[in-house]
Unconditional design. Structure first.
Length: 233
């Protein structure tokens, strides 16, 4: 009697492709800056089956396929916005065609709280708009570290090519270095810093200028500079 093939029966284990049976799908792999080692995002990614390779990244915190990700908690976002570090990091991200800014913790902390963070909410909104419109960097807001890891995990499984790590730290020219120092004063942005440098030429001249001389150039902001320059440690 001729046997009938049961098309609904399951194949025996080990009877998959080739001699070695069924081939397991390789884990998605991402490259992470070594300074992220203690982040809870890393342990969450590992639990999601992601392979992590730590390296010293000059730019970005995560490289996922062809996407560079700069990750900031809300506190880090605001503090790095104040000290201008984020401005440099945003400019450095421009080296990558695909880039993301990930702001983490909106379920845990209010981003636009004037009292809690000590920064006007509209200043934060304006900076976010600048990142989106001037630098064309998409922004993702995540609830917490678990949500951040899920976004990164989904991205790691997309069918895109990996990219070469050629990004470098941006080196400021001499004029930009001077402007960067002046912008470190509270309330002093790029326009005000340029006004001061055009008027007084050197940082030494700005520091030595009287409050009245500074007021002629930048108005009431002179009080902030004068107070800080004469403040005891």
């Amino acid at each position: 009697m001729t046997s009938i093939l049961d098309i609904f029966s399951k194949p025996p284990r080990g009877g998959g492709r080739g001699r070695g049976g069924s081939q397991s799908k390789p884990k998605p792999k991402i490259i992470v800056d070594y300074r992220e080692k203690n982040s809870l995002v890393i342990s969450e990614l590992i639990s999601l089956g992601i392979e992590i390779e730590f390296r010293e990244l000059k730019v970005a915190d995560y490289i996922v396929k062809d996407v560079a990700i700069e990750r900031k908690t809300i506190n880090d976002f605001v503090s790095s916005m104040i000290n201008k570090r984020l401005f440099n990091q945003i400019q450095e991200l421009q080296q990558y065609k695909n880039r993301l800014l990930l702001v983490e913790g909106i379920d845990e902390q209010e981003l636009y709280s004037d009292d809690e963070l000590g920064v006007n909410g509209n200043a934060i909104r304006g900076f976010l708009l600048s990142i989106l419109l001037k630098y064309n960097i998409p922004i993702i807001f995540t609830k917490n570290y678990e949500d951040s890891a899920k976004f990164i995990s989904v991205l790691s499984k997309k069918q895109t090519k990996e990219m070469a790590l050629k990004a470098k730290k941006r080196i400021l020219n001499k004029k930009e270095q001077l402007q960067f120092i002046i912008e470190s004063f509270p309330g002093i942005g790029p326009v005000t810093a340029q006004k001061l440098l055009k008027k007084f030429k050197t940082i030494q001249n700005i520091i030595n200028a009287s409050e009245e001389e500074l007021k002629e150039t930048i108005g009431k902001k002179a009080e902030v500079i004068n107070k800080l320059v004469n403040m005891n440690y």
